[in-house]
Design a protein around this ligand. Structure first.
Ligand code: PRP
Length: 210
């Protein structure tokens, strides 16, 4: 069976439906329960739900043959995997945001709170801007509100979280969408099955709305 790591949550459910439509249904995953692994021997697949930021770890190390994760994860962790397809869903962007009225004072080091330290460091290095990264694990929007940072680098989808917290987008760093990725050895040895899934998913693109 081919092991497939899906990101737990809304994106994963959307993406599973694309796999199902592509011919890789797994009835047990559609039942409400707290299980993490689901097998469909008829279709030759075993799915498992993992934390979105862990998908690339499972795939890089071969615990999963293929998986789906956001481009943000690939840019942040730079895993040694093959990127096979842009699924054109889970569309959002990596952006810099700050309080309404924030003005960057270039004489000072900019304090940047983020979960995406590498993306933030690369972005500001490309601008030649000196920054101090404050690495957080969630609720990043709190940092500028409480004066912990000047700005944040985070995912923006609808912009609602920013708006409801008195923040706004200052700069877009990079567009993000879900990507199908493969372990390199798995791709070499199980290419037919992997390409079969890839091509089936490609046909679903556009059918699965955001
Ligand atoms: C992400 C991101 C923002 C929010 C943006 O958080 O960190 O907080 O979504 O979405 P919006 O623009 O549609 O409001 P997520 O829900 O993934 O959880 P997190 O707090 O763990 O990052």
């Amino acid at each position: 069976m081919l092991n497939i790591a899906l990101p737990k949550g809304r994106l994963g459910e959307k993406v599973y439906r694309m796999f199902a439509e592509a011919g890789f249904r797994c009835p047990s995953i559609e039942e409400e329960n707290r299980k993490l692994t689901f097998e469909s021997p008829e279709n030759g697949v075993r799915y498992f739900w993992v934390k979105p930021s862990d998908v690339s770890v499972y795939v890089e190390r071969g615990a999963a043959d293929i998986g789906v994760c956001g481009r943000d994860i690939l840019l942040e962790y730079v895993p040694d995997i093959y990127e096979l397809l842009d699924l054109k869903t889970g569309i959002c962007r990596m952006a810099v945001a700050g309080s309404v009225g924030f003005r960057d004072d270039h004489r000072r080091t900019l304090r940047v709170a983020t979960k995406f330290s590498r993306i933030a460091a690369d972005y500001y290095a490309s601008l030649g801007r000196d920054i101090d990264i404050i690495h957080l694990n969630g609720s990043i929007e709190l940092a500028p509100i409480l004066g912990l940072s000047d700005v944040i680098v985070d995912i923006v989808e609808t912009g609602t979280t920013l708006k409801e917290n008195g923040l706004h987008e200052l700069e877009t760093i990079v567009p993000v969408s879900a990507r199908l990725i493969a372990n390199k050895a798995s791709y070499a040895f199980r290419q037919d099955m992997i390409l079969n899934i890839r091509n089936g998913l490609e046909k679903q693109i556009g059918g699965s709305k955001q």
